[in-house]
Ligand binder design. Structure first.
Ligand SMILES: [Zn+2]
Length: 277
């Protein structure tokens, strides 16, 4: 099973829901407790909970959009003691435990750190499963902030806000596993080819993604280190990218302002390249 760590027995199961969303079930197999990230379809998640014979202790919700939060109340009805975590500014259905930036939550032997990453929505949060305690790489559940080779649309934040959230992801260690909220890898890699045509890391990843998707297999997890090599939204500093977009830093513009302008232009191009992602 994907993500299973033999020594400490943490198991991460991507569950395909709706047209292209992923919920993630994360199990501490020794204590048989589990958490789920973004359970949009409660029945799909419930089927895995029963199959694995584990108890659901917590829901981590990245943001309010229905394709991430739509199953919170349904699952909570089935699991009375289950806690629902998220940021209070995001109107998350069924929220019981509001979180702020860098709050930690422990379930079994798993410790998750919530990171406040607004931009896609005002209260978007991502969740980092700390690998140290389980002697495995850390795992980031990134919702609609970062996808394999992409980022979420900036519905409720400026480019400066989104850049700060992307920088939070970029500051994590390279070995961190990335488990995003949607299967957008193929389209995202094609878009990246338009803005960084000479990037061989992206070309290699595209070949692999095509093989996976040809068999309808999940492309999670990626790693932060890999993403930094080809994901244009984590490469806002790249001179190749600036040239492709025809952008140059003004004399009176500081580096963060310039990078926010690059991100704004990159996201605008992506919005018109593919309508909905
Ligand atoms: Zn969303």
């Amino acid at each position: 099973m994907l993500g299973e760590n033999r020594r400490m027995r943490i198991k991460i199961i991507p569950i395909s829901v709706l047209s292209d969303n992923y919920s993630y079930l994360i199990i501490d197999t020794e204590s048989s407790v589990a958490v789920v990230v973004d359970p949009a379809d409660p029945e799909a998640v419930q089927a895995f909970l029963e199959k694995e014979g584990v108890m659901l202790e917590a829901i981590f919700c990245t943001h309010k959009h229905w394709d991430h939060s739509g199953g919170n109340k349904g699952l909570k009805r089935l699991h009375n003691s289950c806690r629902v975590y998220g940021n209070a500014t995001d109107n998350i259905p069924g929220l019981t435990h509001p979180l702020s930036d860098k709050d930690c939550v422990t379930v079994g032997r798993m410790t998750f750190r919530a990171l406040f990453t607004p931009g896609h929505t005002v209260g978007h949060m991502i969740y980092l499963l700390d690998g140290r305690a389980i002697r495995a790489p850390s795992s980031l559940f990134s919702g609609d902030l970062v996808f394999l080779c992409g980022c979420g649309r900036m519905f409720e934040g400026s480019a400066t806000t989104m850049l700060s959230s992307l920088d939070t992801v970029g500051s994590l260690s390279d070995e961190t596993l990335l488990w995003p909220g949607h299967e957008y890898a193929e389209d995202n890699l094609l878009f990246a080819a338009e803005v960084e045509p000479r990037n061989t890391a992206r070309e290699n990843k595209y070949q692999w993604v095509q093989q996976q998707r040809g068999q309808k297999l999940c492309t999670s997890p990626s790693t932060i280190g890999e993403e930094k090599e080809y994901n244009p939204f984590l490469r806002i500093h790249s001179v190749d990218l600036h040239q492709a977009l025809g952008l140059q830093q003004y004399q009176d513009e500081d580096w963060t302002q310039f990078r926010a302008r690059v991100l704004g232009e990159l996201r605008r191009l992506k919005d018109v390249y593919k309508g909905k992602k």
